[in-house]
Design a protein around this ligand. Structure first.
Ligand code: UD1
Ligand code: CA
Length: 457
């Protein structure tokens, strides 16, 4: 679009209804602050200039909003006197002169580019104020109602100020509004606070612009995109909607999910085509899974790169820095942290691999532990290619195992093992022929003696 645009994000509210020690816009949706989702939507609508209005937790909110390529400048709203008052905190930015001023809320994280662009297009057609609205079956939660007649928006009535009849209207204000940049400051300056809450309502702009002979309209967007977050219950609802939307997108892009409703994604989870995700899998931030990989049931994956054809779980935990090579396997009750598992290597059962390199084709036996921490510092374990680490071995880092080496099960390895060597790190087994019956006889006699004492007491 040729027209210039300033987006103003309102995020200064007290978040009273959230009952939280931090501003609601900092609460995470899909593992990232709500406000960052809003900034992302603006970026995907090609809006580069953003004024952020902050109040409570100003610094943290500004930091959380500085994401991607968007140029965000913060403005402090010193007192919380309502949404119109908040917009005017960004007066300096508006004064720079933009064709469009787009007001969005920091507590509406499901918004996408489409309605923002649609609102700007309607502004370009000559409307002065364009409000993004939605239809809802249940407007009782306190949304402002859109009063529309013959395609024109006459007014927005806040729930608290609405009459019984107006409250029955199901067309609601999504809280997002595009305003003619040329008129914005004049219109905002005319808003008063004569209402139930005694606040300066941005929504009054509609009646004001009409009284001056201007045009206001509403455009409809899907309800879910405009769901606002005021309480913890709404936060959980928004999370659910976000998850549903993203799972659906991924499935359409070729990812298989057996029970999608039990798979939890992070905002940046990347699952390639032909990845299979079994039930009850949780992805934390920073995960990339390549084509053909399988994430078996009940796995927890965070900050990990799972390469083509690798398999994870069931019941595996991948922590940040886990890098699983092509066709490698990390099986049940294994934990991998900051470690590279080479192509085709197998870590199948009950194992911890941390701060380590495991070469291609190596087989790590059940119960192997890389002892990477001495209580103060972390140390690295290097395991070459095609090694065999016997079950229940402790590899005390720093230590390295050369390619082709074999570690006997139950070993505690404290010194480097050269390539192709066999290492025993345990006492050797002794055999005493015929000794078992003698021992058993002695045990029987001890048991009989104990019984006799008990009976005489
Ligand atoms: C607002 C709308 C309502 C709409 C609903 C949609 C007004 C008057 N009402 O109501 O019509 O249906 O959103 O979700 O606009 N904020 C500030 N400073 C303030 C007050 C608010 O920055 O002084 C910010 C908040 O942080 C929040 C946003 O503005 O991000 C909206 O405020 P909120 O109190 O949530 O408004 P609602 O009552 O939900
Ligand atoms: Ca709200």
């Amino acid at each position: 679009m040729e027209r210039t645009c300033l987006a103003i994000i309102l995020a200064a509210g007290e978040s009273t209804r959230m009952k939280s020690a931090m501003s609601k816009v900092l609460h995470p949706v899909a593992g990232r602050p709500m406000i960052a989702h809003v900034v992302d939507a603006l970026a995907s609508a090609s809006i580069a200039d953003v004024a952020l209005v902050v109040g409570r937790d100003a610094e943290a909110v500004s930091t959380a909003a500085s994401t991607g390529s968007v140029n965000v400048s913060s403005f402090l709203q010193k007192e919380r006197l309502g949404t119109a008052h908040a917009v005017l905190a960004a007066r300096e930015a508006i004064e720079k002169g933009y064709d469009d001023v787009l007001v969005v809320f920091g507590d509406t994280p499901l918004i996408t580019a489409a309605p923002l662009t649609a609102a700007r297009e309607r502004l370009a057609e000559g409307n002065d104020v364009v409000v993004i609205g939605f239809e809802t079956a249940d407007p009782t939660t306190g949304y402002g109602r859109l009063i529309v007649e013959d395609g024109e928006l006459l007014a927005i009535r806040e729930h608290k100020d609405a009459s019984e009849e107006e409250r029955r209207i199901t067309y609601c204000n999504g809280g997002l509004m595009a305003i003619s940049g040329r008129k914005a400051l004049d219109l905002l300056g005319r808003i008063g606070n004569a209402n139930v809450k005694g606040e300066y309502y941005l929504t009054d702009l509609v009646e004001i612009v009409r009284s001056l002979g201007g045009r206001a309209i509403a455009v409809k967007a899907p309800e879910e995109e405009l769901t606002g977050c005021n309480t913890r219950a709404e936060l959980a609802y928004i999370e659910r909607l976000w998850q549903q939307r993203r799972r659906h997108e991924l499935m359409l892009a070729g990812v298989s999910m057996v029970a999608p409703e039990t798979v939890f994604l992070a905002w940046d989870t990347e699952l390639a085509q032909d990845v299979l995700v079994e039930p009850n899998v949780v992805f934390g931030p920073g995960v990339r899974v390549e084509s053909g990989a399988v994430i078996h049931a009940f796995s927890h994956v965070e900050g990990a790169h799972v390469r083509a054809g690798a398999t994870v779980g069931p019941f595996a935990r991948l922590r940040p820095g886990a890098d699983l090579g092509p066709k490698s396997k990390v099986g049940n009750f294994c934990e991998v942290k900051k470690a590279e598992i080479g192509a085709g290597a197998k870590v199948n059962h009950l194992t911890y691999i941390g701060d380590a390199f495991v070469g291609a084709g190596s087989n790590i036996g059940a119960g192997t532990i890389t002892c990477n921490y001495d209580g103060v510092n972390k140390h690295v374990t290097r395991i070459g290619e095609n090694t065999f680490i016997g079950s229940n071995s402790s590899l005390v880092a720093p230590v390295s195992i050369g390619s082709g080496a074999l570690v006997a099960s139950g070993s505690v390895i404290t010194e480097d093992v050269p390539a192709d060597a066999v290492a025993f790190g345990r006492a050797r087994q002794e055999i005493k022929p015929g000794r078992a019956p003698i021992l058993r006889e002695r045990y029987e006699a001890e048991k009989a003696a104990r019984k006799k004492i008990n009976a005489s007491e």
